[in-house]
Write a protein that binds this ligand. Structure first.
Ligand SMILES: Nc1ncnc2c1ncn2[C@@H]1O[C@H](COP(=O)(O)OP(=O)(O)O)[C@@H](O)[C@H]1O
Ligand SMILES: C[C@@](O)(CCOP(=O)(O)O)CC(=O)O
Ligand SMILES: [Mg+2]
Length: 381
């Protein structure tokens, strides 16, 4: 039996990091996806009683015998059930890490370890110890602020949940999951994100699961309705970074300067709320006026992200390059490198965009546009 699932990456328009500390943030799904194909053998012995994970884009394969998994992760089946997501205990994670280390991941790809641990945790928690082959491909750059970790957790969980559902109506193309399965997969994906991020806010897995554009605060989701065309240029600085380290850096700064940092988080909260209101407004304000306000809010948000210590010289270079053409940019996601968003107002000419892209790419960055606010997780049989 074969099940396919896909889940989108995201951009954060306002509020990253502060959202981990209870502020509001605004995020949108983008049309770049992570795809998961789950192949469950119908006949025992068909795939050697092994659980195999293939990361196709990286030409990597990891494989465990089911008996080895049972031997090392004995507690999983006693502590959780597929319908009640729980956190991976530090004891279970330690056992899983042993299984990941046995795979001898190439040193240059060691950053994959947390993703592979998450795979083993989600797989064994939801499907138990059954053999399968799981194939993963992605259109998202890894560790760049576009939510590859969340898209991975959401797509994987969607495939796992879909495979155990009784309703496997064969249809044409992609279809969404029902509300209760979406809620369940979002909770599991959040548990997966915890293994990768340490302390995620939940915004990335939520926007990847539900799609659209959302306002998010302490787990509460508001879907944003807009008729405003919103175009963003995405620039990948290609400077590698890791969300877990950046998020914990902000927490440490918050411990050192609680009052100052709380003021920063409050300011970000106001920025995100205002951004959501402008995006949704039905008032008689011209698109140009709305874009001017969004521009200013992005600029203010970037300043506050700098004060949290999560910007980077490569991000500054993108900001300065785009500013020469009167375009405003801010980092998106965890920062420290990764991707930068540049607002492309409706009236900006194609020639200006071409020039900016050329300048950014000549600095070694990679630019692209993506459609904003599309579908969330989907499955296909
Ligand atoms: N397709 C994938 N396969 C395996 N692991 C993945 C995949 N996508 C993401 N990951 C895991 O997520 C990590 C990147 O997550 P993170 O640092 O949060 O950055 P981002 O979510 O912005 O891409 C990777 O180091 C890896 O462990
Ligand atoms: C920094 C943060 O706000 C977003 C992280 O996004 P990403 O992993 O960099 O795509 C963390 C979070 O909200 O969990
Ligand atoms: Mg992430």
């Amino acid at each position: 039996m074969e099940v396919k699932a896909r889940a989108p990456g995201k951009i954060i328009l306002a509020g990253e990091h502060a959202v981990v500390h209870g502020s509001t943030a605004v995020a949108a799904a983008i049309d770049l996806y992570t795809y998961v194909t789950l192949h469950l053998p119908l006949l025992s012995g068909e795939n050697n009683d092994r659980l195999t994970l293939q990361l196709k884009d990286l030409s990597l394969e990891f494989s465990w015998s089911v008996s080895r998994l049972k031997e090392v992760i004995p507690s999983v089946s006693n502590t959780s059930s597929p319908s009640t997501p729980v956190s991976c205990s530090s004891e279970t994670l330690k056992s899983i890490v042993v299984l990941v280390e046995e795979q001898n991941i190439p040193e240059a790809k060691i950053w994959l370890s947390s993703g592979i641990s998450t795979f083993l945790w989600l797989y064994t928690s939801i499907l138990g110890f059954i053999p399968a082959t799981v194939i993963i491909t992605t259109e998202l750059p890894y560790g760049s602020g576009l939510g590859s970790s969340a898209a991975f957790c959401v797509a994987l969980t969607a495939a796992l949940i879909a495979s155990s559902s009784s309703d496997k109506t064969r249809g044409e193309g992609w279809s969404s999951l029902d509300e209760s399965n979406l809620e369940l997969l979002n909770k599991w994906a959040f548990e997966g994100e915890k293994i990768i991020h340490g302390k995620p806010s939940g915004i990335d897995n939520t926007v990847s699961a539900y799609g659209n554009m959302i306002k998010f605060c302490s787990g509460e989701i508001t879907r944003l309705q807009t008729n405003m065309p919103l175009r963003m240029l995405i620039t990948n600085t290609k400077v590698g970074r890791n969300t877990k380290a950046l998020v914990s850096g902000v927490s440490e700064r918050t411990l050192r300067h609680p009052e100052a940092m709380n003021s920063v988080f409050n300011a970000v909260d106001s920025i995100s709320k205002e951004m959501a209101a402008i995006i949704q407004t039905k008032d008689d304000i011209s698109v140009t006026e709305r874009e001017e306000r969004i521009k200013e809010l992005m600029e203010m948000n970037q300043g506050l992200l700098e004060s949290m210590g999560v910007s980077h010289s490569s991000i500054d270079t993108v900001i300065q390059t785009t500013l020469k053409h009167k375009l405003t940019s801010k980092l998106t996601g965890a920062g420290g490198g990764g991707c930068v968003l540049t607002l492309l107002p409706t009236l900006v000419s194609g020639t200006v965009v071409e020039k900016v892209v050329q300048e950014l790419e000549s600095s070694g960055f990679q630019c692209f546009t993506a459609s904003i606010g599309g579908n969330g997780a989907e499955i296909s049989f």
